[in-house]
Design a protein around this ligand. Sequence first.
Ligand code: OAD
Length: 254
Amino acid sequence: MDDQTFAQPATALRDARSVVVLTGAGVSAESGIPTFRDTMEGLWASFDPQQLATPEAFARDPELVTRWYDHRRLGCAACEPNAGHLALARMEREICALGGSFTLLTQNVDGLHTRAGSTDPVELHGSVMTWRCSQTNRPVTPPPPPEPWPDFPPISPAGAPARPDVVWFGEALPETALERSFAALESCDLLLSVGTSSVVYPAAGFIELDAANGARTIEVNPQDTPMSSNVTWALRGKSAQILPRLIAEAFRAQ
Ligand code: OAD
C-alpha cells in the first residue's frame, strides 16, 4: 500500500474533532489471540465458541464453560499488546492534545487496550479478566495469572457458580457501555472500524449509523466485510501495520 493511500484518511484523522474507534478480535490477532471466528486449537478444537458463549451452555455445563473461559483468561494474560493497540493509545493522546474528543469502543474481552495505555475503553462485551457471582452479580476475584481457578465452576461466597463478566449470545450489552457508545457516536465526525467482521450487532450498525449522521469512516481489515462498501476509506491490511502508518502520517508534523 503506497503513501498516497494514507494521505486522505490521515488528513481526516488529524482534522477530526470527535473520533470514535470500534475494535474487534482482529486487533489482537497479532498478539497471538485467535479471532472469535477462527477455529479453536488444541483441547478446544472440537468446540464451537458460538455454542459455549451462551447462558444456556453455562446452565447446562458450568464446568466446561468456566474451564474454557479460564483458559482464555490465562491466554490473554500471557499475551502482550501489539503495535496496533499501542497506535490507538497514541491516537487518543494526539487527538486529546489537539483539544478533540476520543472514544474507544471494543468488542474484545482481553483487556489489551488498557494494558497498551488507552484510557477507559468502553468494553461492549465485558472482560474475561473479571468474574462475578452468577446469582448476586457481585465481583469474584480470580487467582492472579498464571494460576487457574482451583475448581470448576468456581463457587462465589454466596454459594453460586461464578462466571466471567462477559456478554454471552442472547444477553443484553451493559447499559452504561451502550449509553457511552451512542453519546460518542452522536457527535462523532470520524469513525474507525478496526479488525471486526462487522456481523454482530449493535456494534456492526455503528458504521451505518455514523455514515447516516454524515461522519467519515475508515475500515482497517485484511479482508472485505459486509460494511466495506459503506465506508469512506478501506485500508486493507493488518492493524499492527496499518495503524502505526496512519498515525505517523496524520501526526508527523505535530
Ligand atoms: P471476528 O472473529 O468475527 O472477526 C475478526 C475480524 O478481524 C475479521 O474480519 C478478520 O478479517 C479481521 N482480522 C484478522 N486478522 C487481522 C489483523 N491482523 N488486523 C486487522 N484485522 C484482522 O471478531 P469480531 O468482529 O470481534 O461476541 O467478533 C465480534 C463478536 O462476535 C465478538 O465480540 C463475539 C462474537 O460473537 C460475543 O462473544 C458476544
